[in-house]
Design a protein around this ligand. Structure first.
Ligand code: NAG
Ligand code: NAG
Length: 431
């Protein structure tokens, strides 16, 4: 209290105008609430078989939690290679929901609140990834907090540790939403399956959901504006409190609004975000001069910037391996068939986003859903990185399939997409 008074005095004397932010007086010295004191391993919300009384440690009635994300293209919001945050919603277990549950906690000035309570990292992240389509991010955050956050039983003021600063439960809400969103890289999950934004390519709902399920482990719900992908919802039940509980992924109880086919995942304008990893290495040098020994420790910090979605270098000569359930099973011959015999050498030209292939038989293309070379077809493919592999994709899809697995001199036709019995990806390996 003494410190706060002294600081208030300093601010008063050094600034011409009085400092009136509601969050920066006593709260300046308070930290965010990071522990609820609840167990995070008990019964998950919506899975209890009898009534639970302590709703500070059990999320109810809003026990079905949705982390919702936007893919805004008109106008575009946020980085061109990331989805953006919509919110975290506490639906009832049956899908109905409450909203705007406590008008007295419809806080404003959220940037100041987050900074004042030690959540500047969360605020920085929100400024990039939690974007309002009309450009008023603060109002959008206020709306999401007051409409949905105030309905979370585990964020009730009475659930906070005593002495918590005003607004601490809202800070906890924003910290949790950002933490969850970082675990849900929708853009990357789609890209890993060869699905990247395009103004012309169309997708089936099944192919999009399969790619997302491979990343999340469960089925999310995808919403569309007409045929254009616009939003996704990842569903959870919760063990413990929204502050620090365990979010348990579950399948979406119902599908979103996208049609079953003809879906467009349109490109965003704007710049891609890059992820920066920082490596620190320490070295120690011991120097002996006469009788004295000097020890020098130096620390080198190397910054490596990786831009996801950036152009990938492609080899000009390559063999194409078939990868099934993580293992190589042969690859492509010069006619474009799948075989376990000696693989053909392919010539690649163009870029990762617009790639042409040819073999000794001629150019390669897709006709009637079947891949082939030397039959007069020439199609445009793309290549996407997946872990350490460079995968071939056709119309945004990296799955290829055949009727059976080849062996000996038996070869099989390569169909685009995953509709035939044996599904695999095609890895481009520099030769
Ligand atoms: C689970 O607990 C909540 C909160 O007490 C209660 O409203 C709900 O009826 C319970 N569910 C079941 C199936 O008993
Ligand atoms: C879908 O995107 C196209 C642009 O490719 C646009 O012309 C159309 O209006 C969009 N549809 C809806 C319902 O927003």
């Amino acid at each position: 209290m003494l410190a706060a008074t002294v600081l208030a005095g300093l601010i008063g004397s050094s600034l011409a105008t009085p400092f009136v932010s509601p969050w920066n007086s006593e709260e300046l010295f308070n930290r965010a609430v990071t522990s609820s004191g609840c167990s995070s391993t008990g019964t998950a919300s919506c899975t209890n078989s009898s009534s639970v009384s302590d709703l500070c440690c059990f999320q109810a009635p809003g026990g079905l939690l949705l982390q919702t994300q936007f893919w805004d293209t008109s106008p575009s919001t946020g980085p061109s290679n990331s989805w953006t945050i919509h919110g975290l919603w506490p639906d009832h277990c049956d899908g109905t929901f409450d909203s705007t549950c406590d008008a007295s906690r419809a806080y404003t000035g959220l940037s100041s609140l987050l900074s004042a309570q030690g959540a500047s990292d969360t605020l920085d992240f929100m400024n990039t990834y939690w974007k309002d389509i009309n450009g008023d991010d603060e109002s959008f955050w206020e709306h999401e907090w007051s409409k949905h956050g105030t309905c979370m039983s585990t964020l009730d003021v009475k659930c906070l540790p005593s002495g918590s600063p005003k607004g601490a439960e809202a800070v906890a809400f924003f910290n949790t939403v950002v933490r969850l969103f970082k675990q849900l890289p929708t853009y990357q999950w789609l890209a890993d399956a060869g699905i990247t934004p395009s103004s012309s390519t169309t997708h089936t709902l099944a192919s999009l959901i399969a790619a997302l399920k491979a990343g999340y482990g469960f089925t999310p719900a995808l919403d569309c504006d007409g045929s254009n992908v616009s939003q996704i919802s990842y569903y959870y039940n919760l063990k413990g409190s929204v502050i620090d509980g365990t979010f348990v992924p579950i399948n979406a109880p119902e599908a979103g609004s996208c049609p079953s086919s003809g879906i467009k995942y349109l490109t965003k304008t704007g710049s891609p975000v890059s992820t920066t990893t920082t490596k620190t290495s320490t070295s120690t040098t011991t120097k002996t001069t006469g009788t004295s020994t000097t020890k020098t420790t130096s620390t080198t910090t190397t910054k490596t910037t990786t831009t996801t979605g950036a152009p990938t270098a492609i080899p000009t000569k390559a063999t194409i391996h078939a990868i099934q359930s993580g293992s190589q099973v042969g690859g492509l011959l010069s006619l474009g068939t799948w075989s376990t015999q000696t693989l053909a050498s392919y010539t690649l030209s163009g870029s990762a986003s617009s790639l042409k292939l040819s073999s000794s038989k001629g150019t390669c293309g897709v006709s009637g859903g079947v891949f082939g070379c030397g039959n007069g077809d020439s199609s445009t493919f793309s290549a996407v990185t997946s872990g350490s592999l460079l995968l071939l994709a056709y119309e945004g899809e990296t799955s290829f399939s055949s009727d059976d697995v080849p062996s000996g001199s038996t070869v099989y036709a390569v169909n685009t997409g995953g509709d035939s019995d044996q599904v695999y990806t095609l890895s481009v390996v520099s030769a």
